[in-house]
Design a protein around this ligand. Structure first.
Ligand SMILES: [Zn+2]
Ligand SMILES: [Zn+2]
Length: 55
C-alpha cells in the first residue's frame, strides 16, 4: 500500500481511495485511477508542506 509521508516530521497516512483503489499522484494532485474526470483532489499538506507519496 502506498503512503503519504510528511518529509518534515515523518508523519504517515494512508492514500485516499477512489472507486475502490488508491488515488495516484499526478502533478500537484491526487487523481482517481479512472482519470481526473472521475476524482481529483489536492495532495494533503503536513507541517505546511505537501506530503510525499511513497510506494
Ligand atoms: Zn473515481
Ligand atoms: Zn509533518
Amino acid at each position: 500500500m502506498a503512503k503519504l509521508v510528511c518529509s518534515k516530521c515523518d508523519h504517515k497516512e494512508s492514500v485516499p481511495m477512489h472507486c475502490g483503489k488508491e488515488m495516484r499522484k499526478e502533478g500537484n494532485s491526487l487523481v482517481c485511477w479512472m482519470g481526473p474526470g472521475c476524482g481529483i483532489q489536492s495532495i494533503p499538506e503536513h507541517c505546511g508542506a505537501q506530503m510525499d507519496l511513497v510506494e
